[in-house]
Ligand binder design. Structure first.
Ligand code: NAD
Ligand code: UD1
Length: 338
């Protein structure tokens, strides 16, 4: 079966392309490279020892999508393409709504026209509202998002849900990722954020490699065991495997399917610093800084539904995540640029 992967050149998309190729799927990627580069796809093909097809286009370009669906027999779409920086979304809400929502709508319109009924969507733990008990389950409350990025995920879920209701032949998988980190064990592909990283793990690894001088720990007075924020970090290769499991599941299950992709275990910021130091032997200097607006004390998933219905469980542990992050960062100190 051929899978159309939007945003396939990005961090999670590139790892998922490897997994798809290795599992025997044909892969067609559409990506406008707004936050990635084609080199990642060259490396994907190198790792998998197989070719994929790449189109450098915007997912909002209906004609480009139509011509792909006409040319290839696509059985399923995985929709990664989107802008994802929370702070930037607060400063540029219209760009985020335009990019993330129109891409979803245009994609669904073109899929409907070409009778492609299966779509896996990159959602996020950010769609859960802040008033839930932990662990977060797929039935936990959603909404009350704290930024435009979060709303685009919430609204895209709704667009897909309504589309599946109106088209009973459709199957949609809404995958809510927790905190993806790590890199492919080969060290050939990994996370390559533009500018100063917003997220914890790329920040730590750029401190380790000497690009940044120290980590700011955003708050040490949370109601958590060591006072720093707790999150559910998941290896990106486990996440990639979750997408293939979702494709296999949705082919036999029409309608809406929502799954958490997390490990179910929370680690604090200082747990992450210590684990990274232990695994890499590198010292990570840090300073305690004020809390980051919008952050919650503790966020972690229940992965039970994914285990039960998808037969999927995270296999990599915290040491693996740190080792593979470092393997990628130390071999590619400037990311794909060098
Ligand atoms: P990424 O930025 O590395 O990848 C996204 C890709 O989409 C990039 O290659 C970018 O060039 C492309 N893209 C963006 N807008 C596009 C458009 N209009 N047309 C074509 N291509 C476009 O991000 P990622 O970390 O790989 O995230 C992938 C998806 O998962 C995103 O939708 C993101 O919101 C979601 N997600 C990510 C995280 C995370 O922590 N990384 C967590 C939850 C959800
Ligand atoms: C962030 C996004 C969220 C997105 C998620 C997925 C914000 C506010 N939220 O969440 O929408 O779905 O990524 O990856 O950006 N930290 C530091 N110092 C740093 C960076 C982070 O102490 O330099 C702390 C944070 O306060 C938090 C933890 O590390 O406690 C993890 O932060 P981060 O990697 O940004 O992820 P999230 O906050 O979970």
């Amino acid at each position: 079966m051929n899978v159309l992967v939007t945003g396939g050149a990005g961090f999670i998309g590139s790892h998922t392309c490897v997994e798809l190729l290795e599992k025997g799927y044909g892969v067609v990627v559409i990506d406008n490279l707004v936050n990635s580069c084609e080199k990642s796809l060259e490396r994907v093909q190198q790792i998998a020892g197989k070719d994929l097809v790449f189109y450098e286009n915007d997912v909002r370009d209906r004609a480009a999508l139509d011509s792909i669906f006409e040319k290839y027999d696509i059985g399923c779409v995985i929709h990664f393409a989107g802008l994802k920086a929370v702070g930037e979304s607060v400063a540029m809400p219209l760009e985020y709504y335009d990019n993330n929502l129109f891409s979803t709508v245009t994609l669904c319109e073109s899929m409907r026209e070409h009778h492609v009924n299966n779509i896996v969507f990159s959602s996020s733990a950010t769609v859960y509202s802040g008033d839930n008990e932990m662990p977060l389950r797929e039935s936990s409350h959603t909404g009350m998002c704290t930024n435009p990025y979060g709303w685009t995920k919430y609204m895209s879920e709704q667009i897909l849900r309504d589309t599946a209701k109106a088209n009973p032949d459709w199957s949609i998988a809404l995958l809510r990722y927790f905190n993806p980190i790590g890199a492919h064990p080969s060290g050939l592909i990994g996370e390559d954020p533009r500018g100063i990283p917003n997220n914890l793990m790329p920040y730590i690894s750029q401190v380790a490699v000497g690009r940044l001088d120290h980590l700011s720990v955003y708050g040490d007075d949370y109601h958590t065991p060591d006072g720093t924020g707790v999150r559910d970090y998941i290896h990106v290769c486990d996440l990639a495997a979750g997408h293939v499991a979702a494709i296999e599941y949705m082919l036999g299950h029409k309608g809406e399917n929502v799954f958490n992709l997390g490990t179910g275990t929370g680690y604090s910021v200082l747990d992450m610093v210590k684990a990274f130091e232990r695994v890499t032997g590198k010292k990570i200097p840090y300073e305690i800084a004020p809390r980051r607006p919008g952050d919650l004390a503790t966020v972690y998933s229940s992965p039970d539904k994914s285990a039960e219905l998808l037969g999927w469980k995270a296999r990599y542990n915290l040491e693996d995540m740190c080792r593979d992050t470092w393997n990628w960062q130390s071999h590619n100190p400037m990311g794909y640029a060098g």
